[in-house]
Design a protein around this ligand. Structure first.
Ligand code: IMP
Ligand code: MG
Length: 172
């Protein structure tokens, strides 16, 4: 059985999500934002973040999959669920669980820019710079975690552990 080593506690997540919500609310003050969650990993983070925001938002989801090797992004990304909301002329904030190599987020930014939104920015709960390959920085980041494979609070390993309320390092 793999071991679950605590990395970010429930309380630490809650405090950081609240601070992030303030940052985002201030940044987009007076505008009406579209929150675009990347399925499935962002579902808990997005639900908590949305409820802490002090500005009106619309909620939508997008899904992407990468071909080939499943533990490292292959570099070839395909959008498998497109946004329902017409984002042309809108301010869009992509909500991701984790940025690792950066392949997924940089692809999604380019893909969304082709729909002519007013702006596209990114927000990731976890920033894991260890394996970064793309020159992309998240505009809003929760916790920086140096290394390791993380699960819980939406993050999975083979669809397991998403339901855990805190974030753990999965050690084999
Ligand atoms: P990237 O394209 O390499 O930045 O990878 C982003 C995606 O890979 C995330 O949306 C996650 O689905 C998955 N991923 C990367 N690192 C982890 C991790 O430590 N735990 C769980 N999923 C991860
Ligand atoms: Mg994901």
């Amino acid at each position: 059985m793999p071991e679950l080593v605590p990395v970010v506690s429930e309380k630490q997540i809650e405090e950081r999500v609240e601070a992030l919500a303030d940052e985002i609310s201030n940044y987009y003050k007076g505008r009406e934002l579209v929150l675009l969650g990347v399925l499935k990993g962002s579902f808990i983070f997005m639900a908590d973040l949305a409820r802490k925001l002090k500005i009106p938002v619309q909620i939508d989801f997008i899904a992407a999959s990468s071909y080939g090797n499943s533990s490292i992004s292959s570099g070839t990304i395909m959008v498998t669920k497109h946004p329902d909301i017409d984002i042309k002329g809108r301010d869009v904030l992509i909500i991701e669980d984790i940025i690792d190599s950066g392949t997924t987020l940089s692809y999604l930014v380019e893909y969304l820019l082709s729909m002519e939104p007013a702006s596209v920015k990114t927000c990731a709960l976890i920033d894991k710079p260890e394996r970064r390959q793309k020159n992309i920085k998240t505009d809003f980041a929760g916790h920086v975690v140096k290394e390791g494979f993380l699960v819980g609070y939406g993050l999975d390993y083979a669809e397991n552990y998403r339901y855990l309320p805190a974030i753990y390092h999965l050690k084999f």
